[in-house]
Ligand binder design. Structure first.
Ligand code: SF4
Ligand code: SF4
Length: 430
């Protein structure tokens, strides 16, 4: 990590009003769902069902055993039709398990519920592992691992910042699932053995801060904390700096913090209270390229095209479709990919071509990079294919926040160049 840190304080237009007052819309799938057989970067997944098997919502259908244990559950009832390879939202082709929807939506309890107040810490960690709770803020990393190695935790941080434009899924979900949220947060606190829990919410959402403080009023040590409305406030390194005034090298636990996303806490609460696995996902479908921006609840594995259609369809003939928010999401060339468990948004923008001009050497991308990088110099190294310069400039530390592209007055896609550098360094390492 570079010694030079950017200001990490860029306010960007939020457009949250497009969706934050609307109820969550439930979207049912069409004739099939295709459930991605992928856990983070791991694709070595054991399939536990075979073609022709009948499954219900909540049936365990696959499990990742490589490195960490992560089970995957069916999101509709119907018949297993086999596997097929599709483009995944990560921009890699991946195997998907196809389930033909029988339209009955039969549901089973995936596992026995557990009372977090009487269960001990170790059994809660095992429960979290077997329930398949992963980070729903984007990373998709199995959450139990953070707690398994927890030691001297000063603060559990629940991340409800939603610093990217358009996204309001956490804002709505917390208010509509407060019992599950509280259960998940208090169970996580027990697992972390943390006295203090800070639920980080943008200062501009005072209504949500008040709502959360009311929900936890009898839980000593748990409080909602307002954080600045700047980007990328939701990056865990920035959150830890804001709340604990500390820097870490690799993981927040080095400075006594565990960070989990608010929707992860809700999913954990649902698992504890009802024995319910992650079979559905609430995400924000927004942007000026979709007719009726909404927060939607969809089964995992439903096609993005069906979700956009449920939101009124595209507003223009040509749009830019992004899996995720407009800053950190990935632009995808068509809408045939499916919604995965860790996808918090679908952003649809107008696809106006614009002209970029040569770099002005203004240094703004370096001034604003939250990872303390010099994106313009990394982009230069990509042009000259100078891998040692890419390495020296710590390109791998880029978190792909998109701020360098956003800020660039020449309208250069600086982030894409830094991504290229990362890809080239990763390939060279392999
Ligand atoms: S995308 Fe990467 S290089 Fe650009 S500002 Fe964000 S962290 Fe820095
Ligand atoms: S912000 Fe754009 S114009 Fe300015 S130095 Fe960076 S790449 Fe060049």
């Amino acid at each position: 990590m570079s010694l030079f840190k950017g200001p990490m304080r860029q306010h960007i237009e939020g457009f949250k009003g497009l969706t934050n007052k609307k109820d969550v819309l439930e979207v049912q799938p069409g004739k099939e769902v295709c459930i991605p057989l992928v856990c983070g970067a791991v694709t070595n997944i054991d399939i536990l069902v075979k073609e022709g098997d009948h499954v219900c919502i909540g049936t365990k259908i696959a499990q990742c055993n490589e490195g960490n244990v992560v089970p995957i559950y069916a999101s509709v009832s119907g018949t297993v039709k086999g596997t097929k390879k599709l483009m995944h939202a990560s921009l890699r082709p991946q195997e998907h398990l196809v389930i033909e929807n029988d339209g009955k939506y039969e549901k089973i309890q995936s596992f026995e519920p557990v009372d977090y107040e009487t269960a001990d810490r170790e059994s809660l960690i095992d429960f979290m592992m077997n329930a398949g709770i992963i980070g729903l803020g984007g990373a998709g990393f199995p959450s139990y691992v953070k707690y398994k190695f927890a030691k001297d935790v000063k603060m559990l941080i629940i991340n409800a910042v939603e610093c990217e434009p358009f996204i309001t899924a956490d804002y709505r979900t917390i208010q509509e699932n407060v019992k599950e949220f509280r259960t998940g947060v208090l169970a996580m606190r027990k697992m972390a053995m943390a006295k203090e829990v800070s639920i980080a919410i943008k200062k501009t959402h005072q209504d949500l801060i008040d709502f959360v403080n009311e929900a936890f009023k009898n839980d000593e040590g748990v409080k909602a904390v307002g954080v600045p409305d700047v980007y990328p406030m939701g990056w865990e390194r920035v959150l830890v700096r804001e709340l604990l005034h500390k820097e870490y090298e690799k993981l927040p636990i080095e400075v006594g913090a565990i960070v989990n996303n608010a929707e992860t806490a809700i999913a954990f609460g649902e698992a504890l209270l009802y024995g319910q696995a992650i079979t559905h996902r609430i995400l924000t479908v927004s942007g000026h390229g979709v007719k009726e921006p909404q927060n939607v609840k969809v089964p995992v594995g439903v096609a993005a095209s069906e979700v956009v259609a449920a939101c009124g369809g595209y507003a223009f003939d040509e749009v830019k479709l992004i899996a995720g928010g407009p800053m950190m999401g990935k632009t995808i060339v068509n809408d045939q990919f499916v919604i995965d468990r860790n996808m918090n948004a679908l952003t649809v923008l107008g696809n106006k071509p614009y002209d970029s001009i040569s770099c002005l050497r203004c240094g703004q991308c370096s001034d604003h990079c939250p990872a303390g990088l010099q994106p313009v110099r990394i982009a230069q190294a990509v042009k000259t294919n100078d891998k040692s310069a890419m390495e020296r400039l710590c390109a791998m530390d880029c978190i792909e926040c998109g701020l360098c592209t956003y800020i660039c007055p020449s309208r250069l896609d600086v982030t894409e160049n830094v991504r290229k550098a990362k890809r080239q360094l990763a390939m060279a390492k392999k």
